[in-house]
Design a protein around this ligand. Structure first.
Ligand SMILES: Nc1ncnc2c1ncn2[C@@H]1O[C@H](COP(=O)(O)OP(=O)(O)OP(=O)(O)O)[C@@H](O)[C@H]1O
Ligand SMILES: [Mg+2]
Length: 339
């Protein structure tokens, strides 16, 4: 049996997950999320929060799993992409644990981990994946040893679009209440506005900043907020589903998944499901427990990578703030625990 402890600290969540390659696979999932009182998140404040909670989150994960550090075979850590100060905390903790307990260290790309946890929880072996979160909007699929990017945002990410709009019109934070985004709550009873709003799909890429500006302009003109939320959501979701559909048609794959924080969204799930049906493909989103940032996704990816021989010298385990998903070799693909 191989046991891996994974550390996530790329954005707002400090997470520690412990997994093994034998059932029940997931042994621990401990996390703390930094929630600003108002406004966006400041990297330095996040890092300060992470360094305060890191020790207790590691301890909590070990006690959930009923293990000691000695029982762990390897430490995995998300080295990027993400915010420098936040990443540095996770990397420092991981390096210290690896050196002190003489454990191998496994570098994990956060974006790859969002896809791998979707493959793990859905059982889909080789899907097209739409990854939508606070900092990413990317359509990928495996080809030639890596996840290849079939489309991405040219500016802001889908989660960021929803969060920024909600914040600007004063309906957030909190951005998500009981699994629903503030924009969804506000869209109830709203209807689609016929005004021409920018639906921007250029080739395979999307752009949301023009849409954000246009909808905010209508808000200032006094348009009904529920209609604006409804319309914004409708346009933005249709854009990402269109790009995913093209990737599915191009690759001829028979499965589609949805992952990242925005994967918790019910309306987006419905749109993805009907698109997949049209193509006779299976659609399954990531288990919603693991859609947002967490340590389990880092541990699962770390386990797959470790078993394929991927490790890094702790003294060379530098963070990579702009580490792209298509720069990562996946020698374990399509292996996942349980298969
Ligand atoms: N039910 C929901 N509907 C829509 N968006 C949601 C929902 N739940 C969470 N989100 C969004 O998910 C995003 C957070 O995703 P995640 O936890 O993966 O964060 P991230 O790490 O900031 O992003 P990235 O993976 O790009 O670095 C936020 O923008 C949040 O508003
Ligand atoms: Mg994320």
């Amino acid at each position: 049996m191989t046991i891996v402890l994974g550390i996530e600290s790329t954005a707002h969540t400090f997470g520690v997950g412990i997994v093994s390659d034998e059932p029940p696979y997931i042994l621990a999932d401990a996390r703390r999320q930094y929630v600003p009182e108002k406004g966006g998140i400041l990297p330095r404040e996040v890092a300060h929060f992470f360094s305060r909670v890191a020790g207790e989150v590691v301890g909590e994960a070990l006690s959930q799993a009923g293990l000691r550090m000695g029982d762990v075979d390897a430490i995995a850590v998300a080295l990027g992409p993400g915010m420098g100060p936040a990443l540095r905390v996770g990397a420092t903790v991981a390096r210290a644990l690896a050196l002190h307990f003489r454990k191998p260290l496994v570098p994990v790309n956060h974006a790859v981990a969002h896809i791998e946890v979707a493959r793990f929880t859905t059982g889909l072996e080789d899907p097209v994946a739409l990854y939508v979160a606070g900092g990413n909007t990317t359509v990928v699929s495996f080809q030639g040893g890596r996840y290849r990017v079939f489309g991405e945002t040219e500016d802001i990410a889908l989660g960021n679009l929803l969060d920024t709009f909600a914040r600007e019109v004063g309906i957030a934070p909190p951005y998500v209440v009981k699994g629903m985004h503030a924009v969804d709550i506000c869209a109830e009873g709203g209807s689609f506005l016929e005004e021409a709003l920018p639906y921007v799909v250029k080739g395979q890429d999307v752009s949301f900043s023009g849409l954000l500006t246009a909808v905010l302009k209508l808000y200032r003109k006094g348009y009904k907020l529920s209609d604006l939320c409804y319309t914004l959501r409708e346009i933005a979701f249709s854009m990402v589903v269109e790009v995913t559909e093209r990737c599915l048609a191009h690759t001829g794959k028979k499965a589609v998944t949805l992952t990242g924080g925005v994967a918790a969204n019910k309306v987006l799930n419905e749109k993805m499901d009907s698109m997949a049906r049209l193509h006779g493909a299976i659609y399954k989103p990531v288990d919603v427990k693991y859609s947002g940032d967490n340590g389990v996704m880092i541990a699962i990816t770390g386990l797959a990578a470790y078993k394929a021989g991927v490790t890094i010298d702790p003294r060379r385990a530098f963070i990579r703030q702009r580490w792209r998903i298509d720069e990562v070799d996946l020698p374990w693909y399509p292996w996942m625990p349980g298969r």
